[in-house]
Design a protein around this ligand. Structure first.
Ligand code: GLC
Length: 810
């Protein structure tokens, strides 16, 4: 590698869109570039270099192998195969890492729910595929070895995984004692290693699985004791057993556990052989035996992989588009919905950055994640929202995080926004399905009693109504969406202006739901609350050039021209527009301030200028370094709302700028690979801002609210396809240069093939619309009416943009 190459994105990867893969050409990416495999019960995250962590249901308490966060060397340990030439004793790994000898030819590929490696060394080609299938709870390591040389090859193959304590947090504190309560046994009959996590005082011992590690060919050795396999002062790079003649047949009754399986292989010239290894979980020894036997059936691997591919084909088929901009098209069609699904599943739990120790499921985070899944998997969305609503108290507020598997007490910190988020999720579910039945589903409250979904949402609003501050905005409580604001309200008086605007968005939706089920009094109550909040926002929140952000305990406003730092916050500009509470002139001015002060060409800063000594040097509002994290970084989640706001203002060129500059591969091209560092195929939570010496460095990739909201922003606002009760709105807001694009959208069982034409090069506005060849009236807005949906066929929709109907508001 030439030194300058490390900043060149093309030296690391390219996309293969037809295969829905990203091909990674170098194992030494600037940070580990991760992928996730999952069947809903068994999960694995894996990097382009084979670094991996597998877990059963919960990374907090049923972690299978050890992944050493923040240690050097980075990205260890993983799920590794070593291939050793019996004669030369040289060994290497198809994953490139962790052996010192690297393959001479190599690439990795991340696909949807799988990763594969294609490597060659010393006349041997290794094609290795890892994935989790739906038929068994295991990660499959499917290896095909081919002898490309003219000589017969005698190989020793080692599959290795380092087990750890399943409870990671307790491992950090109690390993010295607890390590002697684990076992690794060898089941002779089954030819499989079984890891038994027998540690006392586990939260749910009866639900703790056994872990098996088995191959589908005869073994020539095994180890269950890490010391025996790796040896002293060595690592996964140079295991003692591999260098000194093979596995030692160790089991483990206390100590540091691992799983190592050795297989001897002879390959004639040109010959190929497949070896499959499975690392999985089962609840009893009988189940282990049944599961391993199933995995060893001849068609098991192929069948599992075909089913996985089919699942993702179906998942993504709900929304596909053809755009001129291929980076955007790829994001909309493949990587954004993929990432959004992983967020929906894992909340902010476990990634290269999040250690999977305490976060569990975040109430506000997951409520937002639901928004991306509703159009794709409405049943999953419904179940998830019910799971969330069970975390709501009968007075209407909700827990902040909870632990669906761990049996731990939820974190009950009281934030002003948590309980309001499900309103958006439920409204979307109702609009997507076109039925109100979900509103009537009964869900318990976490402190006793139960109520319908609708009742839960009403209580959420009434809780907020009962917790208003002296100025008439909702009290901030512990903080609103922006966790950093906890310091403005430690004495309980700080108020959130953003919350008023958030209510501006939520209350009309609640009123609509109330109307749909004939609750006129409720609807009137929500509308009058909206009016009150609108008045307060307009009377007290405007600062002259933008909207203020909050009031602080001392009664002063945050986010004002007068302050030296933190003058301007993005959220109260974007949400002023989204709320529909402010007049057009202020809305435009506020978003102009965003463009003028917050845009960096690599995304919009969350606030400006950065905080160093505001409000006092002793107790600044943020301890993040300038330009990092919550302090003037480009906070991608908050950028999505600016895209939506610009679309609502009809400013398609600006919306597009904000959208396209954050497409990860575009941002990486702009910043340089070594500066951007994180995956170029999924969103990161934030990029360091211009005040940082590492402007453009992406952090906390994969698990971020950016995924869901970016998907909403691009599909519902830029491309403009969003469900309402009466049907499907098609009201794009695009750059004026776009002449035509196509969308396939499955809606209420009907597959709509939408072509949008923009002959006049406008940003927004629909002049005419045809459904199945018939021109329809635009009196109700640019809408495909539900009555025209044909459930059994696809319906052609043609939309002609021009200076016509601007579309209905949110
Ligand atoms: C993080 C949190 C999210 C919060 C945001 C802003 O992304 O996961 O809950 O809203 O930071 O503080």
């Amino acid at each position: 590698m030439k030194a300058e190459d490390r900043n060149t994105p093309q030296s690391y990867y390219h996309f293969d869109d037809a295969a829905r893969e990203v091909i990674i050409r170098r194992y030494d990416t600037p940070t580990p570039w991760l992928n996730y495999f999952s069947n809903g019960t068994f999960h694995t995250m894996m990097s382009q270099a084979g670094g991996a962590m597998a877990f059963h249901k919960s990374p907090q308490i049923w972690r299978i192998n050890r992944y050493r966060f923040f240690h050097l060397p980075t990205d260890r340990s993983g799920l590794y195969y070593y291939i050793q030439d019996k004669n030369t004793r040289q060994y290497w790994c198809p994953t490139a890492e962790p052996a010192f000898t690297k393959p001479t030819k190599w690439h990795a590929a991340h696909g949807l729910g799988y990763s594969r490696f294609d490597a060659e060394h010393n006349g041997i080609r290794a094609e290795l595929l890892y994935f989790v299938g739906k038929y068994e709870n295991c990660v499959i390591w499917n290896l095909k070895l081919t002898n490309l040389s003219k000589d017969k090859k005698e190989l020793e193959l080692f599959a290795f995984v380092e087990f750890g304590m399943m409870e990671f947090q307790r491992e950090l504190s109690w390993i010295c004692y607890n390590k002697h309560q684990v076992k690794v046994l060898f089941d002779n009959k089954l030819e499989a290693l079984v890891y038994v996590y027998g540690v006392e005082m586990q939260p749910k011992p009866e639900e703790t699985p056994l872990v098996y590690f088995a191959a589908d060919v005869g073994l020539s050795g095994f180890d269950g004791d890490r010391d025996e396999f790796i040896g002293p002062y060595r690592s996964e790079s140079n295991p003692y057993a591999i260098e000194r003649g093979g596995c030692t047949q160790s089991t483990l009754l206390g100590g540091d556990p691992c799983g190592a399986l050795q297989v001897s292989i002879i390959l004639e010239p040109g010959e190929s052989k497949c070896i499959n290894t499975v690392l999985g979980t089962a609840m009893s020894r009988d189940e282990v035996a049944r599961s391993v036997a199933h995995c060893r059936e001849g068609d098991f691997i192929a069948k599992s992989f075909v089913a996985l591919k089919e699942e993702w084909r179906r998942h993504l088929g709900h929304f596909q588009c053809e755009l001129e901009d291929k980076s955007a098209e790829r994001m909309v069609n493949i990587w954004n919905p993929y990432q959004a699904q992983r967020n929906f599943q894992f909340s902010r739990n476990i990634s290269y950055y999040a250690t999977g120790t305490f976060r569990g499921t975040g109430f506000r985070d997951t409520s937002q994640d639901v928004l991306s899944q509703t159009p794709i998997d409405i049943e999953a969305a419904r179940r998830k929202v019910c799971e969330l609503l069970k975390q709501q108290y009968s007075d209407g507020h909700a827990n902040h995080y909870f632990y669906p598997y761990e049996g731990w007490k939820p974190v009950d910190r009281l934030h002003s926004d948590n309980h309001i988020w499900p309103i958006l999720a439920v409204w979307n579910i109702v609009m997507e399905s076109g039925t109100v039945d979900y509103l009537h589903e009964e869900v318990p409250f976490c402190d006793g009693g139960q109520g319908s979904v609708y009742e839960h949402l009403c209580r959420a609003i009434r809780f907020t109504k009962a917790h208003m501050g002296a100025n008439g905005f909702p009290l901030m409580l512990t903080s609103d969406w922006n966790d950093m604001l906890y310091k403005v309200c430690r004495e309980g008086r700080g108020e959130s202006i953003w919350m008023s605007m958030f209510l501006g968005f939520a209350l009309p939706k609640m009123a609509e739901l109330a109307d749909l089920i004939g609750k006129e009094r409720d609807a009137a109550e929500f509308r009058s609350f909206w009016q009150e909040q609108r008045t307060v926002v307009n009377e007290k929140a405007w600062d002259g050039e933008w909207f203020r952000r909050a009031t602080m305990d001392n009664g002063q406003y945050l986010g004002t021209q007068q302050a030296d730092e933190a003058k301007l916050f993005i959220n109260t500009q974007t949400w002023a527009v989204i709320s529909g509470m402010v007049d057009e002139e202020r809305a435009r001015n506020a978003m102009d301030a965003v463009r003028k002060y917050l845009d960096t060409d690599l995304g919009l800063m969350k606030l400006w200028p950065p905080i160093v000594k505001f409000p006092t040097p002793q107790d600044p509002l943020s301890h993040y370094n300038k330009g990092c994290g919550e302090n003037s970084s480009i906070f991608c989640h908050a950028n999505t709302w600016a895209i939506i706001a610009e679309c609502l203002l009809g400013r398609g060129d600006i919306a597009w700028k904000y959208y396209s500059q954050l497409i990860p591969n575009v941002a990486m091209d702009r910043a340089g690979a070594w500066r951007y560092k994180a995956e170029p195929f999924v969103y990161s939570s934030n990029l360091f801002g211009p005040e940082s010496d590492k402007f453009g460095l992406a952090n906390n990739s994969w698990l971020t609210g950016t995924a869901a909201w970016m998907y909403v922003a691009v599909t519902q606002y830029i491309l403009g396809v969003r469900p309402v009760w009466e049907g499907l709105i098609v009201n794009p807001c695009v750059p004026s240069g776009w002449k035509q694009f196509r969308i396939t959208r499955v809606f209420r069982g009907c597959c709509m093939e939408i072509t949008v034409k923009n002959p006049l090069g406008v940003n927004q506005g629909v002049k005419a619309m045809w459904v199945a060849g018939r021109q329809i009236s635009l009196a109700g807005g640019p809408l495909v009416p539900a009555v025209l949906l044909d459930k059994h066929a696809s319906t052609e929709v043609v939309v002609e943009m021009g200076n016509g109907v601007e579309g209905v508001s949110l």
